[in-house]
Structures are given as C-alpha cells and as structure tokens.
Design a protein around this ligand. Sequence first.
Ligand SMILES: NC(=O)c1ccc[n+]([C@@H]2O[C@H](COP(=O)([O-])OP(=O)(O)OC[C@H]3O[C@@H](n4cnc5c(N)ncnc54)[C@H](O)[C@@H]3O)[C@@H](O)[C@H]2O)c1
Length: 245
Amino acid sequence: MNRVVLITGAANGIGAAVARAFAEQGDDVVVTDVDATTAADVARDIRERGGSATAHSLDVASDAAWQALSDELRAAGRAPAVLVNNAFRNTVAPAHELAPADWQATVDVTLGGVYRSVRTFHDALTAARGAVVNVASVHALLAWPGHPAYAAAKGGIVALTRQLSVEYAPHVRVNAVLPGSIATRVWESVDETARAAALRQATLGRFGLPEEIASVVVFLAGAGASYVTGVALPVDGGQSTTVAT
Ligand SMILES: NC(=O)c1ccc[n+]([C@@H]2O[C@H](COP(=O)([O-])OP(=O)(O)OC[C@H]3O[C@@H](n4cnc5c(N)ncnc54)[C@H](O)[C@@H]3O)[C@@H](O)[C@H]2O)c1
C-alpha cells in the first residue's frame, strides 16, 4: 500500500512478523527495537526479499529516543502513517515481591510506549488519515499468577486504545489486538505445566504463530477495517472464551 509503517519491538517474534507482513504488501517499514543489531537483521532480510525497510534503535521508554527518531524520519520524508505499538517488558512476580523499579519499568515500556508514540507522531497520523494498532494481551482480560504490572499495563493499553480512538477521530483509527499464547521466544523459559495449561485453554488446541497476529494487525491498519476503531480484538485461539481446566 506504500505507507510508512513504524513498528516497535520489531526485532523478534510478533513485531518482526508484523514488519514482514506490511513489507510484503508494499509498505515502507520502519523496524525499531531497543536491540538495534537484531532489528538491522530483520530490515536487511526484508530488503533482500525486495521490500522496503530501515532499522532504528528505539527504547520506547525514552522520550529522547522518540524525539531523535522523529527528527530522523521527518528529515527523510518518512513520518509514519501507521504505528504498531508492540514492545513490552515483564517481570514475573506477585505484586508484594515485585521491586518498584520493575513495576515502573514494565508500565513505562509496555503502556508508556503507546503514549509516547502518539505524542510523537499524532500530527503525521492525522495528516495521513492513518492508523494505530496496539498489541495488548489476553492478560488484559484474564489473570494468571505473577503478572501484576504486565496485566495492569495491558489492561491500560485497552483503555488507552479506546481513549485515543475518541481523541483522534475521525482522522486516525486506533485499535488493539489481544494475542493469546503465541509461539515466540517468550515461551522458551516457561515450564511445561504452564505450557500445557495454555494449550488446554486455547480451544483451537495449539499455540498461535506470530504471522497469525501479524495478519490481523495488517487488517486493522488497512482499508478493510476502515469502519473499525476503538476495539480490542482477541486473537487467542479461543483462550479467552473458556474457563480454566
Ligand atoms: N508471545 C505471546 O504469547 C504473547 C501473548 C500475548 C501478548 N504478547 C505481546 O506481543 C508483543 C510481542 O511479544 P513477543 O512474544 O513477540 O516477544 P519478543 O520478546 O519476541 O519480542 C519483543 C521485542 O520487544 C523488544 N523490546 C523490549 N523492551 C523494549 C523497549 N524498551 N523498547 C523497544 N523495544 C523493546 C525486544 O528487544 C524484542 O525484540 C508484546 O507486546 C507481548 O506482550 C505476546
């Protein structure tokens, strides 16, 4: 579609799949991540497949980093028409054992990144009649032990998505996806009991693939979703429809 699409946390997993999916439909992809080296690998791979992509270092919790990226993209005539807020942080611990710094960092990256994205680019989004897609989680709907800051931040993303969809209407659509259990590196450190429980909860009986989130993100950002705004769409293989077993 030839739009400039900026994705945060795009060096790995869902963010990288989202970057590839936009590039495959002809968009100009801005691959950002706090891990600039791996982001560069993703952008190079997209270019080698004929797509358009650049990689940029961006810690979504840093106001200065957002400003520097904004300056760089605007100077190149590449202010984004689409933002995908995907970066996150999580420290697993019950609330009483979670260090204040870990609480703060989780909220500041996971939820604060969404705020900083629109603070930085709302004018470009409005001018482009653009779209924002925020990657939340089923943790916004359901509670698992040990995720207080992450769940609060993801629930906050759903509320902020609704708020921003009103704030920037009618020119910018703002939606969220709520992934269930998606096969990325985050599951590599999860024990077998929890993995088995996640599998039982997904009525489709399997983990999702990053590409199955990416396709929905591309849809929500595109013309096919032109009358969709303010929604929080589970993409979870049915996980949020069942009771725990
Ligand atoms: N994998 C799942 O099962 C699952 C389920 C629900 C929601 N999600 C959400 O999907 C999104 C992507 O998760 P994933 O599984 O692909 O994880 P991942 O670890 O594969 O990718 C996350 C990326 O975010 C980057 N990142 C971390 N801190 C950052 C910061 N401060 N600034 C910029 N980038 C930063 C990491 O470097 C990494 O490249 C997250 O928002 C996550 O909460 C994932």
